[in-house]
Design a protein around this ligand. Sequence first.
Ligand SMILES: N[C@@H](CCC(=O)N[C@@H](CS)C(=O)NCC(=O)O)C(=O)O
Length: 201
Amino acid sequence: MSVVLYWHPKSSALPIACALTELGVPHERVVVDLEAGEQRRPEFLALNPNGKVPTLTVDGAPMFESLAIQLWLGERYGVDAGLWPAPNTPERLLAMSWCAWSYVSYGAVLGRAYHAAYGDDTRRDARQAEIALEDMDGLLAVLDGHLSQRPWILGATYSLADLVVGSVVGYSAFMGAVQNHPHVQAWCDRVNARPSMQIAA
Ligand SMILES: N[C@@H](CCC(=O)N[C@@H](CS)C(=O)NCC(=O)O)C(=O)O
């Protein structure tokens, strides 16, 4: 199976490169120069009409959206690698739930907070940034409660769910909400210490 990751090391494609590494998937990485606008070239738009990285091709067939790619990697390679739960197990349900939580629920609030705090003049809004940070804090409190009962998202052992959720939550740490949640902070540190997370950004 030929797997190609179209990425840029300083982008949301980085966690996909980390997951491919963690799972030991042989793959090729093609840098898309976002500053030069390579993502808008017709040959790239034919793979991903959104013009974004990450984009993955599998035997030439494209897929996009980080969450979809991560879930597919878990299913295709993670079960064999012992890093993703088998189908039809309670752990699989939990893994999918937390991964969606990170990209969809937490990701939406993180996006709001980011644009309100650091966006261009048309989007920056101190009050909205404050509200979004409070919302992030509320979601992190839920994750903190979960991690106060177990060391990893699925329980006793590390899994791809930790890499996925940890990438999204870890990215948001610079905004200042993570360190208020000691279990989340300690877990982020453990996730980030994995050799697979050391790909240069
Ligand atoms: N929801 C998408 C977001 C992808 C995304 O926004 N990628 C950015 C890099 S972090 C990008 O390619 N931007 C190029 C552009 O918008 O021109 C995912 O998770 O895959």
